[in-house]
Design a protein around this ligand. Structure first.
Ligand SMILES: [Zn+2]
Length: 135
């Protein structure tokens, strides 16, 4: 499942107006254990571990753990192989904190709770993305 997040944390972490990310079942996609990703826990969401490339500092992978939610691994679309067949994003969330309008026909969810609920709904509908390829 691919989604575009405009929350302020994603903006800061990605140093970009929004995060275009794919969501995976944490049991299927784990971060590399070779030290190539440096992890930090960002407030105010201590359930998200955000990992950056140890070399270039770019966002690499995030691990999401929250009550009532399945454990998730979040990977920026840009981190995937250039020829990876990625799904199209399903929607924009936290659109109320956007820094720029996006001119597409995707649903745009605003506000904390509506964005969280929408995220959960899309997640269930997609039952995660099973596919992950990288080189
Ligand atoms: Zn976000």
């Amino acid at each position: 499942m691919r989604i575009v997040c405009h929350c302020t944390i994603c903006q800061r972490f990605n140093d970009a107006p929004f995060a275009d990310v794919l969501i995976y079942d944490a049991a299927k996609v784990e971060p590399p254990a070779d030290g190539s990703v440096a992890f930090d826990t960002y407030n105010p969401l201590p359930n998200v571990q955000r990992g950056q490339c140890a070399k270039c500092g770019k966002p690499a992978i995030e691990q999401f753990r929250a009550p009532l939610f399945p454990a998730l691994t979040i990977v920026p679309a840009a981190v995937h192989a250039a020829d990876a067949a990625l799904p199209e994003p399903v929607a924009h969330i936290f659109y109320d904190t956007r820094v720029a309008d996006v001119a597409d026909s995707l649903p745009k969810h605003r506000g904390f709770l509506p964005s969280q609920l929408a995220f959960g709904r899309y997640l269930l509908a997609a039952k995660f993305s099973a596919k992950f390829s990288t080189r």
